[in-house]
Design a protein around this ligand. Sequence first.
Ligand SMILES: [Zn+2]
Length: 258
Amino acid sequence: MYDRATRTHALSLLRTGMSLNSVSRQTGIARATIRSWTVRVEPLPHMRPTTCCRCADTPVLPADQAAYVYLLGLYLGDGCLSLSRKGVYVLRIACADAWPGLIDACADAMGKALPNNVWRTQCPGCVAVSSSSKHWRCLFPQHGPGKKHERPITLEPWQRQLVDAHPWEFVRGLFHSDGCRFTNWTERTLASGERRRYEYTRYFFTNRSDDIRRLYSDTLDALGVEWGVLRHSGRELNISVARKPSVALMDAHVGPKY
Ligand SMILES: [Zn+2]
């Protein structure tokens, strides 16, 4: 992998009249490689030595932090990274057909988090939103062998910093992939004998990973949202927000799926 400056420098040496052998000796670049540049100096797309914000010499934070944090929530909830045969990572997030707005929001965040092609594939009942880049692994270091709920999931310090700065984006991303909002109702008889109907809304978040549920509930704590745990067959897989002031906060910042 040689960048454009290295290529141009080698060619400029050739133009001074130096032989291919001399330029090769001076630069340490193979003769055949330099000769190929006399035909085409621009590196092919797949040969471009590119970096991203995280694997640059001095790592920086993603440019669109809110989009990244939302996408991080989606990825931890229901996304997967896989390594293609070309050595490129494919990020894939399945979005239910029922919520077209969320499909657009996911594709939008993916394009902003890492400028790259984003494509959609229709599957039974859902649309898979995907993007390929070798840098998805840099942005999601949680990637590893096996399922997310079978291995520890912790945030890197730089991710923690971003989640602390954009907590609602994180909650929205997690909720959009693994959450649902229910409105139930009940009837009560008042002392006067009158029957009155009461509606109550609940936000549920269900994920099999203890660590991911803890990331969700810790963020709710930081936001002052009260939550509780619903048990399923002895396991605490479901985080519920049911108290009125907390539901009001969730309605203001997250809202129903769309
Ligand atoms: Zn990278």
